[in-house]
Design a protein around this ligand. Structure first.
Ligand code: SF4
Length: 461
């Protein structure tokens, strides 16, 4: 008898293994501290608990030898110590931390990803949001929940179910049945995924068996897919239902000779011969086109392939600018051609935080494919700018596969919970309804134009 099972991502604590730079450097004048301690021992009559807890309530000076070896990892930068003892304590941003990420993924975003990967929890800052309220890229798009009477928080707390499932593939336009009650319509090629994110092929520098196996293991555990070049799959002897090979036309023979069948394939070339060969060999497999923005002949591709995987670079840039506009244009073109329901759109590049997932879906994607956040989750360090797959350089220690897989699972769990927060706040019961739902978004540029156009000093563009 079938039994209902609520979808659940199995998060487990997976603490950092590599040292992570603290946010602040705490420098203490040792002679000054010794003199102060002597004075305070007298003042507090030898109560060492009190003497060693001051002046920091966060415990930075409460280690075994107090302020002589400050515990910098506990410092939150409140500056109380330096205000009270300006001649003795200096608090400065840690230069090592400022090196995290690159010009697209900030040190704060890296910290957030590391927290999500180690705990699987939603990062909540008690002091509220202290960042900017607008900016470039995804920061110029705000999700709008103001007009919705929030019907429930139950989806977040688990009493009601908000679905984060999506269907990857090409659903039939209609169903038809013969006299015997059996379906006569075309083969339905669909894969249901419980989350709207896949794992994409990492930069070439991360083509290592330990990392790729961890990706496959994590994808299996959350019921998603991992997209990898066929050559990597073969050379590392990877196997599993979650693997989606990326195949060039001249690799189709090698693909067909592969010992196991794949449930989905990404073709690098819209060549109809390659598509037909895969359809003949595996009629139930869904076949997607992997392409960069802008997509040539979108209507023709959408009518032919089951899904389209569009790639921006790791900074979200396409030939036409930031990926957000490119997604909106493609989605709109397919809506106007009457083909949007016929094909699934997956996008990768520029997704660096949990909030980018719903924003990309609102812009028109069905699902996103992740790459750089997964690397950061396993404590890989960027060397310089990480922009292109072939040229990206990484500092990556040898990984324990189980630990790395759990970190990726935790990141997925945290991002799904944050997606549930957004869906719950909008009163949506499933993420499929969020696709292209631009009424749920506001754009900073539009709002500023509405408010300020015509006023002297506002750039008239
Ligand atoms: S800045 Fe604040 S948290 Fe950091 S050491 Fe000083 S008192 Fe403690």
């Amino acid at each position: 008898m079938s039994q209902y099972e609520r979808y659940h991502i199995p998060i487990e604590p997976a603490p950092h293994r590599a040292e992570h730079p603290s946010r602040f450097k705490v420098t203490v004048s040792r002679p000054g501290l010794a003199a102060l301690l002597l004075k305070e021992v007298v003042h507090y009559r030898g109560d060492m608990d009190v003497v060693l807890s001051r002046p920091c309530v966060y415990g930075v000076f409460s280690g075994p030898i107090g302020g002589f070896a400050p515990r910098e990892s506990l410092c939150v930068g409140c500056l109380r110590c330096t205000v009270q003892y300006p001649d003795m304590v200096t608090i400065e941003p840690n230069p090592a931390r400022l090196d995290l990420g690159d010009s697209y993924i900030s040190p704060d975003q890296v910290d957030t990803i590391l927290y999500e990967a180690s705990t699987g929890r939603v990062p909540v800052k008690g002091a509220g949001y202290r960042g900017a309220y607008g900016g470039d890229g995804w920061d110029g798009m705000w999700t709008d929940m103001s007009e919705i009477v929030r019907p429930t928080r139950d989806g977040i707390h688990g009493r009601e179910y908000i679905s984060t499932s999506i269907d990857l593939g090409s659903p039939p336009g209609r169903l038809s049945f013969g006299a015997d009650g059996q379906p006569t319509s075309e083969t339905c090629r669909l894969i249901s995924l419980p989350v709207p994110f896949l794992f994409d092929a990492p930069p070439d520098a991360a083509n290592r068996p330990d990392y790729l196996r961890a990706l496959v293991r994590a994808a299996e555990r959350i019921g998603s897919l991992v997209v990898l070049p066929l050559e990597w799959i073969r050379s590392d002897d990877l196997a599993g239902d979650s693997i989606v090979p990326i195949v060039a036309t001249d690799e189709i023979d090698a693909l067909q000779a592969y010992p196991s069948e794949f449930q989905a394939v990404e073709l690098l070339d819209p060549d109809p011969g390659g598509l037909e060969a895969i359809r003949q060999a595996w009629p139930r497999a869904i076949v997607g086109l992997r392409s960069t923005y802008p997509l040539d002949e979108p209507a023709e591709v959408a009518a032919t392939f089951d899904f389209i995987h569009l790639q921006a670079d790791y900074h979200g840039q396409t030939a036409d600018g930031f990926v957000l506009e490119s997604i909106r244009e493609l989605h709109q073109a397919l809506v106007e051609a009457g083909l949007r329901s016929h094909v699934t759109l997956v996008g990768s590049g520029g997704i660096a935080a949990a909030e980018h997932v719903p924003k990309a879906i609102i812009a028109g994607l069905d699902a996103v494919a992740l790459e750089t956040p997964l690397l950061l989750a396993v404590q890989a360090r960027f060397i310089g700018e990480v922009v292109e797959q072939a040229s990206a350089r990484l500092d990556m220690a040898r990984l324990d596969e189980e630990w790395a897989a759990q970190r990726i699972v935790n990141l997925a769990g945290s991002w799904r919970d944050q997606l549930l927060e957004i869906l719950g706040a909008m009163g949506l019961r499933e993420v499929r309804r969020l696709r292209g739902e631009l009424g749920r978004a506001m754009f900073q540029a539009d709002l500023e134009r509405e408010a300020f156009a015509g006023i002297e000093g506002y750039p008239d563009v």
